[in-house]
Design a protein around this ligand. Sequence first.
Ligand SMILES: Cc1cc2nc3c(=O)[nH]c(=O)nc-3n(C[C@H](O)[C@H](O)[C@H](O)COP(=O)(O)OP(=O)(O)OC[C@H]3O[C@@H](n4cnc5c(N)ncnc54)[C@H](O)[C@@H]3O)c2cc1C
Length: 495
Amino acid sequence: MSNSESKDVILIGAGVLSTTFGSFIKDLAPDWNIKLFERLEKPAIESSNERNNAGTGHAALCELNYTVEQKDGSVDVEKAKEINEEFEISKQFWSHLVKSNQIQNPQEFIRPLPHISFVQGPRNVNFLKKRFEALSTVPMFKEIEYTEDHNKIKEWMPLMMEGRDPNETIAASKINEGTDVNFGELTRKMASNLAKQDNIDMYYKHEVLDFNRRKDGKWEAKIKDLRTKKIEHHIADYIFIGAGGHAIPLLQKTGIPESKHLGGFPISGAFLVCNNPEVVAKHEAKVYGKEPPGTPPMTVPHLDRRYIQDHNSLLFGPFAAIGPKFLKNGSNLDLFKSINPSNVLTMVSSAFKNFPLVKYSIQEVLAKKEDRMKELRRFVPDAKDEDWDIHVAGKRVQVIKDTKEHGRGYIQFGTEVVNSKDHSVIALLGESPGASTSVSVALEVLEKNFPEYMDKWTPEIQKMIPSYGKSLIEDEALLRQVRQASASELQLNNV
Ligand SMILES: Cc1cc2nc3c(=O)[nH]c(=O)nc-3n(C[C@H](O)[C@H](O)[C@H](O)COP(=O)(O)OP(=O)(O)OC[C@H]3O[C@@H](n4cnc5c(N)ncnc54)[C@H](O)[C@@H]3O)c2cc1C
């Protein structure tokens, strides 16, 4: 097959990842045929929905888990630089979609919001100070401010200072260039743009059940129309599994060697939400604290102002819990069905190896509203029970796998691209930082799986993402230029 031939692509799932990848293919290979299958009735109902995630534009401005304290006491900021660059890449791509009029009204999905880190106790204060000193020498974080002064912190986050002991040792750092992102709205905009194209078909209420590899090397997907209950078969050169929590079970259905010795550990997220306008008005930032010792990054507590459509609210959490479902709208059999002879040892080893996580999750399952309010009061000392309600958010399925480096049953945090050797099956597994880095993940998929097209596609990608192929970490002038262009296109300066 020559690389000038048109191809058939099946995208599974209408979340932020499939719609982002589909948006790239649409522009890079406009004559390819795309079919997107989604088991629910609309795009962005699962993790990408604005009420199922925290909407943080993860740029490592406030998340303390990206700046790790080393044994010698220094703070390593390399991961923070990477995450920041990835978010700049996302903003450039979204700007391209706006500029080319593929999506409109960016303020409906991205808004400026200061990002603050907040710590308590002398040890954590010492860490935050060192983190501030390390970050302020890096061009991408140059605007960072730091204070231990209660009055200054009160200016930054008044709600969190009401009723606080004036002698408490606390510190905060702030970067104003943070964002709140409505990933649901972004996904819906990308999905409706895809639906307008002649050679892209969107099938809602269609569940992908199984796959069959044909003799000619193409894939046949078995799909159920959930409205008519009829089974359909669709043929494709490429299968892209962007099915969120269901990506692991679907990958297992392909039977490719890369799907073996792989399991999933579902963790649901819950938040305390406040809709009282008087309380909401006193907090206009995303404030990230430090995660409880021995727990994974997704347990980092944070108090966020959210803008969802025209509604302003506050959100605190996340509280984690184990449950057998892989999707919010999934089945209680998901976890058990995903265990098979090739991964049972992987899963069992994982439970032993990650005992602190298991213990933490059990504690979280048993936690009542008052336990969660107690956590909240570390952030908002005067929080009143009647102002806050529990909201169950989306699911994350952490990848469990055997690796040479970490042995059997290693839990991986982060998004992972898995593909068959011949690149005809591509699956996106895992979560955090998730939606914020969806554009970098889509680029990684293109580079890894479509090398024969990259000579042709690279100039096109550079038109969409001016920094593509260059380093925003090394090139400060370019960083300033793309930041300014994105801020202007996404209307981040004038909301
Ligand atoms: C509590 C929580 C907080 C988070 N906070 C943030 C945050 O602040 N910032 C951030 O950047 N990220 C955050 N994330 C991560 C982010 O939400 C996810 O990484 C991202 O939304 C994943 O997108 P996706 O497209 O892979 O999956 P999803 O949005 O889950 O979409 C997958 C789709 O596939 C469909 N599907 C599944 N199986 C099938 C099938 N067999 N056939 C057809 N369709 C199928 C599903 O119905 C679903 O619509 C958070 C996640 C959680 C759970």
